[in-house]
Design a protein around this ligand. Structure first.
Ligand SMILES: [Zn+2]
Length: 177
């Protein structure tokens, strides 16, 4: 037990690039999950209909349901293969909140990691937090890849008043639910 605590403490205070890289890889699926929760929270709060989140590839390793939220989870490849699906209708303002909810939660998660890292002088955590924070905004760049739209591209559609499936496809998500 003491050894485990020491390993954890060493990791927190390390500046080793390899440890940083591993920590960043571990943080990615968590950041993606937080991102999708940010999207899903809007229709969950604004409607009484079901919402689905998919993380990673299909077929999912684990499927579960928490209230109206359906989760389909796979650890590989977990970033940026996140997807939130809501098939009902939302008004324009709520649609904008739905699209922005993901990057907002993602940025908040990065900021939290950075704040904890800075307050504890934990280099790895600070670095991971900064990268996660920046990634949150990268998703707002409008682009379409393999037929799926980034949050920025979704937002552009909604702002132009175009109908959009109320669905956010984070980059490289290759299959629909
Ligand atoms: Zn998103």
């Amino acid at each position: 037990m003491t050894d485990l605590v020491r390993v954890f403490t060493d990791w927190l205070h390390s500046t080793d690039p390899a440890l940083f890289t591993i920590s960043l890889i571990v943080a990615q699926p968590i950041a993606t999950f937080v991102h999708e929760l940010g999207h899903a929270s809007v229709p969950l709060a604004a409607t009484k209909e079901p919402v689905a989140i998919r993380i990673g590839r299909l077929p999912s390793l684990r499927q579960t349901r928490i209230g109206r939220l359906q989760l389909m989870l796979h650890w590989y490849p977990a970033y940026p293969y996140g997807l939130t699906v809501y098939k009902g209708r939302l008004n324009r303002r709520t649609r904008i909140m739905f699209v922005l909810g993901g990057p907002t939660a993602h940025a908040a998660f990065g900021a939290l990691l950075t704040a904890i890292g800075l307050s504890g002088h934990l280099s790895v955590l600070t670095g991971v937090g900064v990268v996660v924070f920046c990634e949150a905004f990268s998703n707002l760049i409008p682009f379409t890849r393999h037929g799926f739209r980034s949050d920025g591209a979704q937002l552009w559609l909604v702002l132009r008043g175009k109908y959009s499936l109320l669905m956010t496809q984070d980059p490289a998500a290759r299959r629909k639910l």
